[in-house]
Structures are given as structure tokens and as C-alpha cells.
Design a protein around this ligand. Structure first.
Ligand SMILES: [Zn+2]
Length: 152
């Protein structure tokens, strides 16, 4: 469960940021995921929904930036973007290179927080709850006498 541990780590990190920002719900987060990190997007989304269910990230949108693999090719003297992850050969000249410049990312790019509500809304809520008056109904649970008539 590679994706579940990633999702848990992301949720932990975002939760720390949220606590530092004063709380509130998370609307969306953006991750940069390199193709060499072998993360399956569908599995990650599934695990994220599962692991975030009881957190401030519940229902948050998960944006994923797909980062292609780039290698440094000494023959071309340039960074080259690879079309896939099957081979680390330069797409221009075919030379193999182990000098990977991008594609292993697993970064938290941004967090979108719900704006905190203004404090005036709490006042109206407390006014509503305090307006319930204590009713003075007769106590219907008082024990009734079982024998009301005198014995003959
Ligand atoms: Zn090359």
C-alpha cells in the first residue's frame, strides 16, 4: 500500500500547516508527483479520500501536477524530457544517462484553506439558544393515588 502511506504523510503535513494557520477546513491541496515516484493517481485519490475522512481535509479537492522525467544528457549538453519511464536514454541521441534532474518529486505544492468565518456569527447563534424560556407546566409525572374511594 504505497499510496496509502503517501496519502497519510501528506495529510499529516497538511494538518500541521493548517494548525499553524489557525485551523479551518481544507478546500484543496496540490501535489507535484514525478513519474518516477511510481504513484498511481487513482490509487492515491482513493487512499486520500479514505485516510482524510475524519480530518480537516475531508472532502478536499486533490490536484495533482504530473512531472515528467528529465535527464541531463552530456552528449547533447542539455536537459532532455523523457517520453516515458521505461528507459533513461536521451530521446535525441539515445545515450543513457543516470543524471536524473526531475521526475522523482513528491511535493506538497499548495494548500487552499476555507476562509475563517467572521466572529459576529457566533454571537447570533448564542442568542438563539439562550431565548428558550423555562416552562412552568404542571408536573404530570407525580404519582397518582391508586385507591380513590373509601372501602365499603
Ligand atoms: Zn542526448
Amino acid at each position: 500500500m504505497h499510496e496509502l502511506s503517501i496519502a497519510t504523510a501528506v495529510i499529516d503535513e497538511v494538518s500541521k500547516h493548517v494548525a499553524g494557520a489557525g485551523g479551518g477546513r481544507v478546500l484543496a491541496i496540490t501535489l507535484r508527483i514525478g513519474r518516477l515516484s511510481c504513484v498511481q493517481e487513482g490509487a492515491l485519490r482513493f487512499c486520500f479520500d479514505l485516510a482524510s475522512a475524519d480530518t480537516k481535509l475531508s472532502g478536499a479537492r486533490l490536484e495533482i501536477i504530473d512531472v515528467p522525467v528529465r535527464i541531463w544528457c552530456p552528449a547533447c549538453g542539455a536537459e532532455q524530457e523523457l517520453p516515458g519511464v521505461q528507459s533513461l536514454a536521451c530521446p535525441e541521441c539515445g545515450r543513457l544517462s543516470g543524471d536524473i534532474r526531475a521526475g522523482r518529486e513528491l511535493d506538497l505544492e499548495s494548500i487552499e484553506l476555507e476562509p475563517l468565518p467572521p466572529p459576529s456569527t457566533e454571537q447570533t447563534a448564542s442568542e438563539l439558544t439562550s431565548s428558550t424560556s423555562t416552562s412552568t407546566e404542571p408536573d404530570s409525572t407525580a404519582p397518582q393515588p391508586l385507591l380513590e374511594r373509601d372501602q365499603p
